[in-house]
Design a protein around this ligand. Structure first.
Ligand code: HMG
Length: 402
């Protein structure tokens, strides 16, 4: 019998986050739509939503987050052997967002570069692929850069409007997991062909069967939990399985969804009082999402960064579960152990200060921006501005600058 070798350790070595520098305050939006502010703020659990300028898109957000993840871990772009961007708001039917990011960040020419799509699950699909690439030894000492980047956009005056947002989260994945060592072989998946949320090729706005999408999310969570428990070889009838986790991070389309998810998961796990563990296990992960809104593929990892930065307890050495949900649907529950010093590394990103420095958009300006973004794909070139940005579109080619 050949000897089975245990897989290499693999996980997240560093994180970078980028969001637009303007936001809509949900109290302003509620006033403009004639809705009680409490519906958006308490009812949905969102206080601000990030709104990108016409010079921002999934490419610029992904590149900015990627640049921060590399800088945060002092990682040379030449050491990246795999670059994947998970997005559902890509900018071209053929050329992947990841290729533009490769050019903007100077990632090695010998890197494998591509885009993944499955609604908000896209970055998790990429992360799992990168982890297996590292564990199998195919990485040969190189690292992967996995980025989730999206602009979450629904029509003006639709029920989805208060659940928009935009942002990117970049993860360097390697065999030196200085943030999270991801458990090998422990994962639960549930997937099904449904139409709860979709965006046809002709539309910039997503369409959604809102309340149905909530029930699909919960069905995926339950299925993924049962499958995860199976992967751990646990007895399905025993209660309290999730007590092994110090925190659970959920995909956050809006904060209330994470509360519903936690209630559902804990009830499935035999807990008659699921709210009792919410503040300890979930609340710190909702600080950033409540100030950014949904950013689809990036949302789970924005919530994970929030957990590390805002948890009063240092979670070093503790076990954390993450639940990724992508409409359509595919859900995955996986877990890992937080590394020593992870909290300090994430706090050093000073993301709270960046969020506080953003500009509050008047509603009229937000609505104008939404209209202007409709024509972004034909925007004439202008070299104004600074930093990583879309200069415009020339002869059907998007031109970016840093
Ligand atoms: P709605 O129907 O306008 O809102 O849209 P509602 O009537 O359901 O109210 C929302 C909550 O506010 C309710 O709480 C109300 O009780 C409460 P709940 O019963 O759910 O606990 N409320 C109030 N609370 C305090 N004071 C008040 C007040 N009034 C009402 N005065 C909906 C809600 C989420 C459906 C809508 O915003 C929507 O369609 N959003 C987009 C879809 C979405 O985010 N779905 C989530 C699951 S699917 C997912 O996560 C995937 C996704 O990220 C996409 C991807 O995978 O790419 C979306």
């Amino acid at each position: 019998m050949p000897r089975m070798e245990s897989p290499r350790a693999a996980g997240i070595e560093s994180i970078g986050i980028a969001v637009p520098d303007a936001y809509v305050d949900l109290a302003d939006l509620a006033a403009a739509r004639g809705v009680e502010p409490a519906k958006y703020i308490a009812g949905l659990g969102v206080t601000r939503m990030a709104i990108p300028s016409v010079r921002e898109d999934a490419v610029t957000l992904a590149a900015r987050a990627g640049e921060r993840a590399l800088a945060s871990g002092a990682i040379d772009p030449a050491s990246i052997g795999l670059l994947i961007v998970g997005t559902e708001t890509g900018v071209d039917h053929s050329k992947p967002v990841a290729s533009f990011v490769q050019g903007l960040l100077g990632v090695s020419r010998s890197a494998r570069v591509f885009e993944t799509k499955h609604a908000c699950y896209a970055a998790t699909a990429a992360l799992q692929m990168a982890l297996d690439w590292v564990r199998s030894g195919s990485a040969r000492g190189k690292k992967a850069l996995v980025i989730g980047a999206d602009v979450a956009r629904y029509g003006l005056r639709t029920p989805g409007e208060p659940t928009q947002g935009a942002g990117a989260a970049a993860l360097v994945v390697s065999d030196s997991p200085a943030i999270l060592a991801v458990d090998a072989g422990l994962s639960g998946v549930a997937s099904e062909d449904v139409l709860d949320f979709w965006r046809p090729l002709y539309s910039k706005d997503a369409f959604v069967d809102g309340h149905y999408s909530v029930s699909c999310y919960l069905a995926a969570l339950e299925g993924a939990f049962v499958d995860y428990r199976r992967s751990a070889g646990a007895d399905g009838s025993a209660a309290g399985f999730t007590d092994r986790f110090d925190a659970i991070v959920y995909h956050v389309p809006y904060g209330k969804m994470a509360r519903k998810a936690h209630q559902h998961l804990r009830r499935c796990d035999g807990d008659a009082d699921p709210d009792a563990s919410f503040d300890r296990m979930v609340a710190p992960s909702l600080v950033y999402p409540s100030l950014v809104g949904n950013c689809y593929a990036a949302s789970l990892y924005l919530a994970f960064a929030s957990l590390l930065a805002h948890s009063e307890r240092d979670l070093a050495g503790r076990s954390v579960a993450l639940f990724s949900y992508g409409s359509g649907y595919c859900g995955e529950l996986f877990s890992g152990t937080v590394a020593e010093g992870a909290r300090e590394r994430v706090r050093a990103l000073a993301f709270d200060a960046s969020l506080a420095a953003r500009r509050r958009l008047p509603i009229a300006e937000y609505e104008e921006l939404m209209r202007a973004r409709e024509d972004q794909d034909r925007m004439p070139r202008s070299d104004d501005g600074e930093g990583i940005r879309l200069l415009g579109v020339e002869q059907h080619k998007r031109v970016y600058a840093r």
